[in-house]
Ligand binder design. Sequence first.
Ligand code: PGA
Length: 252
Amino acid sequence: MARRQLIAGNWKMNGLQAARGEARALVERLGGRAPDDADVLICPPATLLADLARDLAGSGVAAGGQDCHAAPSGAHTGDISAEMLADAGAAYVVVGHSERRALGETDALIRAKGEAAIRAGLIPVMCVGETEQERDAGRAEAVVTGQINGSLPEGGFAAGLVIAYEPVWAIGTGRTPTTADIAAMHAAIRATLAQQAGQAGGDGTRILYGGSVKPGNAAEILAIADVDGALVGGASLKASDFHAIIAARPAP
Ligand code: PGA
């Protein structure tokens, strides 16, 4: 089944006002518009979201949040709700990134955040991935499928939920799993999704790979069966690198 690829950039806690220039430079490199056959997303720090969403308006490049609170509003000092992200111009929000799971976020909390995203009209990009220790112990697939089963938001399939497989040991390290390992994990994730949502739900859900995706390895990774795009950290900060990754998509 042909799924539209999504190339998503996660700026993490990087970027002051000047970084908006990289997003504008990306749109320029794209010739003014995102490609017709793929989705492009930038998730800047929350402080830049509203400005960036305005900068990107009309370009087809979407803006997104990096996290959200599960509640729509209330006494949660320092937090940002999914509704606030939507109000600032976000179309997507990342939930369950491993850097947040490492701070103690549970599957149940990530599920609630995913449901908050859907409530606010955002597409959740739900991250899963094993640590190096878990992979070495032969538990990678069990950990990842367990995270999916534990954190799948209600209504996710209808809302266009995106899964991002990001092995923790590959994030920011320059190391990536083998092509065969990525293919095997993505197939296992798709099988888990099909168990939850039936064949059509499994087939229709995009599964991104994330973890040290760079211009030099993007073509190989994006061509792997069941890889429907990438979640890119470091290499999304520079327009030239991020554009090269977008351009590395396999021909339709
Ligand atoms: P990286 O980060 O591309 O810098 O490895 C990926 C991510 O954490 O989403």
